[in-house]
Design a protein around this ligand. Sequence first.
Ligand code: TXA
Ligand code: MG
Length: 318
Amino acid sequence: MKLVNLELARDLLLRGDTVAIPTETVYGLGGWIRSEKGLLRIFSTKERPFFDPLIVHVATVESAKKLASDWTPVHEVLAAACWPGPLTLIAKKDSSVDPLITSGLDSVGLRCPRHELTLKLLSQIEGGVAAPSANKFGKTSPTSAEHVYQEFDDKVAILDGGPAEVGIESTVAGVKKEGSKFVVEIFRPGFFTASMLSGVLEAAGLKTQVRYAQSPVAPGQLQHHYMPRIPLVLVPPDFNWALQRKLIEDKLRHVFKNPVVWVLPASPQLASRELYEKLRQFDQQGFDLILTSKLPEHSSEDWLGIWNRLEKAKTLAL
Ligand code: TXA
Ligand code: MG
């Protein structure tokens, strides 16, 4: 494993190289936003299409504001309450932001991660660090240095910051005006739910509607994402392998000898922390099929992020 310390990580980034950086959500594949070489390297290393925009990571709200041209009171309140933390705020971009980061859009995703080591690194890098999750495009996101190594071998230097606490990617939220009112739209569910964000805004005296929405640009919100190497099948809670095995085998045109039934932990925080780790483990432990089901207790709002990922990681739903 090519582990680097903070100083070397900074030097590599400033030289236009990529470095895997820890965050509270998942590890990111970082590149300096002022280096075209670094940005291009993110896309080539990940085999990521250019139409999928990157999130810029910053150490402070002040740095975020410099990259935005329409920082509204809603941005201000959400950033003050949720940063550092797993929330990405979309804002109109400042002209200094490279179109490679935004896929040519006029908006940019900004996030201040809650990770001490990475915050220290970011404070030493002018502008910020663009970082998508440090995995090959469409595959399971890494929540430890070991996962990044499994993904890229020694091709990527890693700043090891321990296992990710949250375990799934940040909530992505945009702000728009409808008439004279602001509306917050959540394009990717995560730790911060709509109720949590509207509670924060209300407490600050900004009565603002917060809703779940399709991303207007739909980048990265592709149908298949986060996929493990072996098939993942979502089954009903009353599923019976002995009776229904043939159905799955017919649909997937494969005989499965060694399936694993995966029961998600009862707490959404625990479930999101171990989600990607489990998917990788099942890949490696010789199972050839993962079966999991949505139980009644998995339907509250704080499970949305987890089901969003499982829906995209699935091969089939019965
Ligand atoms: O937790 C995270 O957000 C992690 C860590 C590394 O910070 N990063 C991450 O990046 O998940 P990535 O590239 O895997 O996902 C970025 C998401 C994509 O769904 C992308 O479409 C969306 O953010 N996004 C970025 N810029 C956007 C924009 N201007 N408008 C709409 N969506 C945007
Ligand atoms: Mg990703």
